[in-house]
Design a protein around this ligand. Structure first.
Ligand code: ADP
Ligand code: MG
Length: 693
């Protein structure tokens, strides 16, 4: 198929709608989407019918409302178009009502007490700004998922609310600059890292199978130390995979753009071209699903876990985020006129204030059991939030704050609203790759998110904390006598109060940890340190005042995330016990037994058996250490379970279960290094990391 036919062929996108809908209906739909007003049932009926006809032409028989419950993955329930006629036949139907609203029996989705199971009904509502698409022969209609009281039960609803909040405040602020902006959009391009391993090795590793990461594994003789994988030539099997992945994504209207090898062996990266955040978020969920499916077709397994291998780089998801007006003006592009520059600097100041003021929320937005292994592991940004602006912009803002001349490259006294900024040197070579939140020329790149997480969480936070700053700035500027002086004053204040969040140095260094402490920045190493802060007074006020979460919604989310953490840790600990008891210790015992037999035979024929005896006794020692570690993990797990799936239980996992897991792993890895390969039932790190040729 030629590209122009392939691209978007499985999406009921703008082109398809323009072609298939009556002009009136199409115009009405656009009007509703652009102004955020609900569709009338008549319009919905016409769209539903056209959508169904389009899908049937492509062999589709079923449809589903496709949504993101709080599990973090997507959910679907298929219904056929089939409908009986009076004459005993059938017709294929999709009504407007079915298009715009669904009622899945949702009793088993996590709701954190928002909806008790006897009141299972929730409803899904079409988000017409994200196009319907066909996946596996099913027409998927992207929706938001709410309870009958209107509580958000999904990840999409708060995202849409946060977009609205930021749009409202952003437009207000831009109008003060004399702009005619009607709508402010948030654009996101997520870079997705992942591993590919051969399915034959994956299936023989219970830890990968149950938890997505290895819980045991001695380091292989060769890992990533030569750094020969990064941007290296891609192996033919992976090339084929990437090609098919691109095609599948293009069919779905996803602008798959960049692909390359990453630092670790078997690690790769994928990036699409950016788009509006709610669409980007749907598309990223879809991308992750398709990455796994296409891998399976090629006999490989795609690992999206944040830290599949110890001692080898983990995977993140860089959230490139920007703000764009309906006229296509990116607010993070410094402008050509003095007034543009004033606006740019003010908006950057809003980011500085937002990030500093809400370090806790940004940290929480990326908190997960998987990501805890990655953040701060000398490969990813630390669990401390800071931001990189580069020396040029930092220098200009600081000069404004200090009321002095800015003179680094261009000698100029930057006066707000009077001067054009010097051209920034924004070439990628001097970008800071270690910063958790970096300005990269015309967007901010948030590098803390984990590879498996939905990007909705981080964007809800980014949008909300920016909406708050825009609101505060607009409130202040609306009453200002001298507009430019008021902007200068705001920048001065932001730099004085929040300038500590700017750090242009190496975030991976130990000195930064110390420095961050001196600056009073938050350091929340684990999910359990971070999550309690979600429902602080300050955060409740932020979210409720901007209409992003109600108090009940926020509390329910906190409950669900803590519960999820405890459950994941429980599964990991159980998997370790299972593997140690059923595979690792038995393998070592068998090997020791055979060595002992060999020793006996040697002695019987009068040959010395010193070496056999030495090996057998060191194995015996390791085996008993392993058994002791199993008992300790069992005990720690019991005490965590006894506390329940709450913050206290979570704390127990952090303080006792995780150290017990590490201790068990250490001795088992030692056993692996000392047991002959033929006795070891599990594929080794080397076998897994180099399994795809
Ligand atoms: P890197 O050098 O970090 O790999 P790229 O320039 O290749 O960065 O871009 C990475 C991602 O950022 C891509 O998904 C790209 O589409 C996205 N991106 C570029 N401009 C914007 C923008 N204005 N808003 C949001 N995302 C953007
Ligand atoms: Mg990047």
């Amino acid at each position: 198929m030629i590209m122009s036919e392939l691209y978007g062929s499985m999406v009921f996108d703008d082109r398809a709608m323009a072609k298939r809908l009556p002009k009136e209906t199409y115009r009405e739909l656009r009007r509703c989407c652009e102004n955020d007003i609900p569709l009338s049932l008549d319009t919905a009926n016409i769209i539903a019918n056209a959508m169904k006809d389009w899908a049937i032409e492509k062999g589709v028989t079923h449809f589903t409302h496709w949504f993101q419950p709080l599990t973090g993955i997507t959910a679907e329930k298929h219904d056929s178009f089939i409908s009986p006629t009076k004459s005993g036949g059938v017709i294929m139907e999709l009504s407007g009502k079915e298009l715009i609203k669904g009622e899945p029996d949702a009793s088993s989705f996590p709701s954190g007490g928002l909806r008790s199971t006897f009141e299972a009904r929730g409803y899904t509502a079409w988000d017409p700004t994200s196009y319907a698409f066909i996946k596996d022969g099913i027409l998927c209609i992207p929706t938001a998922f709410c309870s009958y009281n209107g509580d958000a039960l999904d990840k999409k609803t708060p995202l849409l609310r946060s977009m609205e909040a930021l749009n409202r405040q952003g437009v207000r602020l831009l109008h003060l600059f004399g702009r005619k902006t009607e709508r402010l959009n948030m654009t996101v391009g997520p870079e997705q890292e992942y591993f590919l391993v051969d399915t034959s090795v994956y299936e023989r590793r219970k830890d990968l199978f149950y938890t997505g990461r290895t819980l045991f594994g001695a380091r292989p003789p060769k890992g990533q130390e030569l750094e020969d994988h990064y941007f290296g030539a891609i192996k033919p099997r992976v090339v084929k995979y990437m090609k098919e992945l691109d095609e599948e994504l293009w069919k779905l209207g996803i602008l798959a753009k960049t692909k390359h090898n990453e630092v670790a062996p078997a690690q790769h990266e994928f990036a699409p071209i950016y788009t509006t955040v709610n669409v980007a978020s749907d598309q990223n969920q879809l991308t992750m699903e398709i990455m796994k499916k296409v891998a399976a077709k090629h006999g490989m397994t795609c690992l999206l876990h944040e830290k599949p291998f110890d001692g080898v780089n983990g995977s993140g998801k860089h959230n490139n985020w920007s703000l764009c007006t309906n006229f296509g003006h990116n607010l993070f592009e410094p402008g050509k006129s003095p007034q543009d520059n004033a606006q740019f600097l003010l908006i950057v100041a809003a980011v500085i204030a937002a990030v500093d003021e809400h370090q806790d929320l940004l940290r929480i937005s990326v908190a997960s059991a998987g990501n805890d292994h990655r953040l701060g592991a000398n490969e990813a940004p630390p669990a401390i939030v800071s931001m990189y602006l580069g020396d040029e912009i930092t220098g200009i803002l600081q000069a404004i704050a200090d009321g002095r001349e800015y003179s680094r490259r261009a000698k100029c006294d930057v006066k707000i609203g009077v001067h054009v900024l010097p051209k920034f040197a924004m070439d990628s070579s001097d970008r800071n790759r270690t910063s958790p939140f970096a300005f990269t020329g015309n967007k901010f790149e948030f590098r803390m998110p984990g590879s498996s997480q939905s990007i909705t969480d981080v964007n809800v936070i980014l949008n909300t904390i920016m909406a708050e700053q825009f609101k505060l700035f607009a409130d202040e500027l609306e009453g200002a006598q001298d507009f430019n002086a008021a902007i200068t004053e705001i920048i001065r204040r932001v730099m004085n109060e929040h300038g500590r969040i700017i750090f242009n140095g190496n975030n991976y260094s130990a000195e930064w940890r110390e420095e961050a402490k001196r600056r009073g920045l938050l350091d929340l190493p684990t999910t359990i340190d971070a999550l309690p802060l979600l429902t602080s007074e300050k955060n409740l006020k932020l979210f409720t005042s901007l209409g992003v979460f109600t108090e009940a919604e926020l509390k329910s989310r906190q409950e669900i995330y803590v519960e999820k953490y405890c459950r994941l840790m429980h599964i990991e600990a159980m998997t370790m016990l299972d593997m140690a008891n059923k595979e690792i210790i038995p393998s070592a015992i068998r090997y020791k037994g055979d060595i002992a037999k060999a020793a006996k035979n040697s002695i019987a024929i009068g040959v010395g058996a010193d070496d056999e005896c030495e090996i057998a006794s060191s194995l015996a020692l390791l085996i008993s250490k392993a058994r002791a570690a199993v008992k300790e993990l069992d005990r720690a797990l019991g005490s965590a379970c006894a506390l329940g799936e709450n913050i206290e239980g979570g704390r127990k996992y952090v303080d006792e279960v995780i150290p017990a897991m590490s201790a068990l792993r250490a001795v088992c890895d030692e056993l692996e290094l000392n047991t002959a390969k033929e006795y070891w039932t599990m594929p080794s790190y080397g076998d897994i990391l180099f399994s795809v040729h």
